[in-house]
Design a protein around this ligand. Structure first.
Ligand code: ADP
Ligand code: TRP
Length: 319
């Protein structure tokens, strides 16, 4: 089974990225043919600020979090230029209405990101990312389901005209994760400024966690946990007895949300400890990271070429 995911280098990686996507990818390694890339062209759609620095930072984070270049093909999107060629080819199989219905464009422009053409056509580039490598499974957060569906629609249109060239991808959402809330309770996203990042400084992390929006309930009163943003983040790091124990603390009353926030900061810090150590290694060996990425791009290109050749022949670009 071929599994593929991409992530935008548009800011610090956050716990939504980790639980919504990276963790699934790491777990799939070894059992599937895994492909992971840093979507730097995608990051340009929402400004591309500090792109070069964030690309390396994101790659370093990925390696620290367990993407293993011996088990996965791992590269930077712009190092396999064929994706832009496919993007253009697929654009001719993308009805305007399909893009006009995309939630992500509406959500992002509503948040003040300028409505430029690349933001609008971004699902087509994402379809190219997916289809170029014959991906069968795309692990994503709930917000990206529609984009995988768009890729399927485009692939169907293309295949109807040219035969069975493109592999039909399926999305895979980790049911218990779905959408991780941000500190304001909306979807956690780098572009919304509401994230809890994975690799922050300990004091800053706590400061961010303290800003999580919670209900106003008196200290002694029992508290709802299902709807609490702090609980909904903490549950990502807890299992079994520890999770039940936290629920009991909510139900018992006598503690404020501030106590739960401190607890969340602690469990999170502990959870990522080993990854922080790995990160330090890669941070100090950036040339090794670049080497890994170069090799990854070479491998990704080798996988892409047979498909791109078939497409060139089918569409008449080969002459
Ligand atoms: P962001 O919205 O922060 O810019 P990306 O769009 O780069 O994040 O998303 C990278 C991956 O992480 C995608 O698979 C996406 O679905 C997943 N993801 C992002 N935010 C969340 C979230 N809040 N909850 C669950 N998954 C998420
Ligand atoms: N659009 C995705 C996001 O913002 C990132 C991405 C780009 C991606 N290309 C992809 C994810 C291909 C999966 C497959 O989250």
């Amino acid at each position: 089974m071929r599994v593929l995911t991409g992530i935008q280098p548009s800011g610090d990686l956050h716990i939504g990225n980790y639980f919504g996507s990276i963790k699934q990818m790491v777990e799939a390694q070894g059992n599937s043919e895994t492909f992971a890339f840093i979507a730097n062209y995608h990051a340009m759609t929402s400004g591309g600020k500090d792109l070069s620095k964030l690309t390396m930072q994101c790659a370093t984070d990925f390696l620290a979090l367990g993407i293993d270049p011996d088990k996965s093909t791992f590269w930077i999107q712009s190092d396999v230029k064929e994706v832009l060629e496919l993007y253009w080819t697929l654009s001719s199989f993308t009805p305007m209405g399909l893009l006009e219905r995309a939630h992500s464009f509406k959500d992002k422009t509503a948040k003040g990101i300028p409505a430029n053409h690349s933001l609008f056509s971004y699902p087509v580039l994402m379809a190219a990312d997916i289809l170029l490598f014959g991906s069968e499974i795309v692990p994503v957060g709930k917000d990206q389901i529609q984009h995988v569906e768009i890729a399927r629609d485009i692939a169907t249109k293309f295949n109807n005209q040219y035969g069975d060239i493109l592999t039909m991808p399926e999305f895979k959402v980790q049911e218990e994760v779905q959408t991780v809330p941000g500190i304001d309770g909306q979807k956690m996203s780098k572009s919304y400024g509401n994230i809890v990042n994975i690799f922050g400084e300990e004091k800053k992390q706590l400061k961010t966690i303290k800003k999580i929006v919670t209900e106003n309930v008196a200290m002694e009163e029992p508290k709802e946990f299902e709807t609490c943003n702090v609980y909904n983040m903490a549950k990502l790091f807890l299992e079994g007895e520890n999770l039940i124990a936290l629920q009991d603390r909510y139900k018992a009353g006598g503690e404020g949300h501030g106590h739960f926030k401190v607890y969340l900061a602690e469990v999170m810090w502990e959870y990522f400890k080993e990854y922080r150590e790995k990160r330090e290694y890669f941070e100090n060996n950036q040339d090794e990271v670049r080497e890994i990425l170069k090799l990854g791009a070479k491998r990704a290109t080798e996988v892409a070429m047979p498909t791109i050749e078939k497409i060139r022949t089918a569409t008449g670009l080969n002459y």
